[in-house]
Write a protein that binds this ligand. Structure first.
Ligand SMILES: [Zn+2]
Length: 410
């Protein structure tokens, strides 16, 4: 049974590349290379030898009746102490799709790509391989990166036969593919499908992100001698703003579209129990699937912070840390994905992806859709990451059905 094969492969890989703390397939390291050679052994059973592009992405190809190509992608790398499904599930589902088509020559060519360094766990740059191939990687932004032990990205790449200054040449490999669709199966990494008791869901796109740092500046003062009305408390202005940001997320969340605002970092100065905080820095991470909504959320957040700062007699400055546009997926593929999930599970919930995925990098180049499967307790990037097997089996079945539907669609 195909779904069983996928689960058995996942268990085998976990056995080979995990320890008591979880998966250890950190990109560009020895365990990751072991995972790749194990995967290559599975491909060899099908008579397939993968090609490595200039960014270190590994491409396995099963030629079909035409050169129109379905790309199934994901990643074998994991965060340190990661789970057994993040990335690996998509790769094993791709492998099973190759097995499925091996017997009959498929109507289209099928490529399974293992994107290099999706997680960015070692050098803090996610989607490294896929962004190189898609043309969105800016080399000057990453050439100075080093890991915790001082190894530079440039050297780590070199050890794996990849030259940072030539990674962009992987764009040629991608452009040469006559791509019909990009498909990716991934665990949700959040609690939505579990709460709805659904094995699988149709992903309608990846969130756009606006990430800022806000610096509130007031006046540090003695906590005993400064009356409340005379304070310039930077922390209270930041705290009130954080509450206002939660209201903004509530305001723009509709039954069809969930949005989020998160304050994840708070730094207070001078950080003394007997001092009114004179400076407070917070982060704000806002995400939405609709670019217009995201822009309004940002404008509202700025306005709220200015008003609250004035009321607290402090100033506030905004600095953008990062931004990415929303990447909505292809309507026709969303339809086919809905049919596949519906046929296997009896329902087809739609949801956006909060985390980024390599699939987002493919959106400017070809029609893309993703399928999510249930994440137990919404947990990921940890050894507790899991999907109950009955849900996992259904999601795998639905994904393989999607691959067949897309292969035979015109
Ligand atoms: Zn992943």
């Amino acid at each position: 049974m195909p779904a069983r094969n996928v689960i058995n492969d996942l268990r085998e890989l976990a056995e080979l590349t995990s320890n008591a703390d979880g998966a250890q397939r950190l990109a560009w390291g020895p365990v990751w290379r072991d995972a790749r050679s194990w995967f290559n052994g599975k491909l060899a059973e099908l008579g397939i030898t993968p090609e490595i592009d200039a960014a270190g992405n590994s491409w396995a190809t099963l030629p079909g009746q035409s050169n129109r190509t379905i790309i199934i992608g994901s990643h074998l790398d994991s965060v340190p102490n990661g789970g057994w499904l993040d990335g690996a599930l998509g790769m094993m589902a791709g492998l099973e799709a190759l097995r499925m088509f091996k017997a009959q020559r498929p109507p289209v060519t099928v490529k399974v790509v293992d994107w290099a360094d999706e997680e960015g766990a070692r050098f803090s740059r996610s989607l490294l391989g896929s962004s190189a191939a898609s043309g969105s990687l800016n080399v000057t932004e990453v050439e100075h990166l080093a890991d915790k032990t001082g190894v530079t990205l440039i050297d780590a790449l070199k050890q794996n036969g990849v030259d940072l200054s030539r990674m962009h040449e992987s764009q040629k490999y991608l452009k040469a593919i006559n791509a019909k669709a990009y498909l990716e199966l991934h665990i949700e990494q959040g609690p939505v499908l579990e709460a709805a008791k659904k094995s699988a869901g149709v992903v309608i796109g990846t969130f756009g992100v606006e990430r800022h740092q806000l610096r509130f500046v007031g006046q540090a003062a003695h906590s005993g001698s400064t009356p409340i009305p005379m304070r310039k408390d930077a922390f209270l202005a930041a705290a009130e703003s954080a509450l206002a940001f939660r209201e903004i997320a509530r305001k723009y969340t509709t039954p069809q579209a969930r949005v989020v605002c998160t304050v994840g970092v708070v730094k207070v100065e001078p950080g003394i129990v007997t001092a009114v905080p004179g400076v407070c820095e917070i982060s704000l991470d806002q995400r939405a699937l609709d670019a217009g909504v995201l822009a309004k959320m940002l404008a509202d957040a700025r306005a709220a912070s200015w008003k609250i700062a004035a009321e607290n007699n402090v100033s506030v400055e905004w600095q953008r840390i990062w931004k990415i546009e929303p990447r909505p997926f292809d309507p026709q593929l969303i339809q086919l994905c809905s049919e596949a999930v519906q046929e296997v599970t009896g329902d087809a919930p739609h949801l956006p992806s909060g985390p980024l995925h390599d699939a987002a990098e493919m959106v400017p180049h070809m029609p893309v859709v993703m399928m999510f499967t249930y994440s137990s307790n919404g947990l990921s990037h940890c050894k507790e990451e899991d999907t109950p097997e009955e849900h996992l089996e259904k999601a795998i079945e639905a994904f393989l059905l999607l691959v067949r539907k897309v292969s035979y669609s015109t």
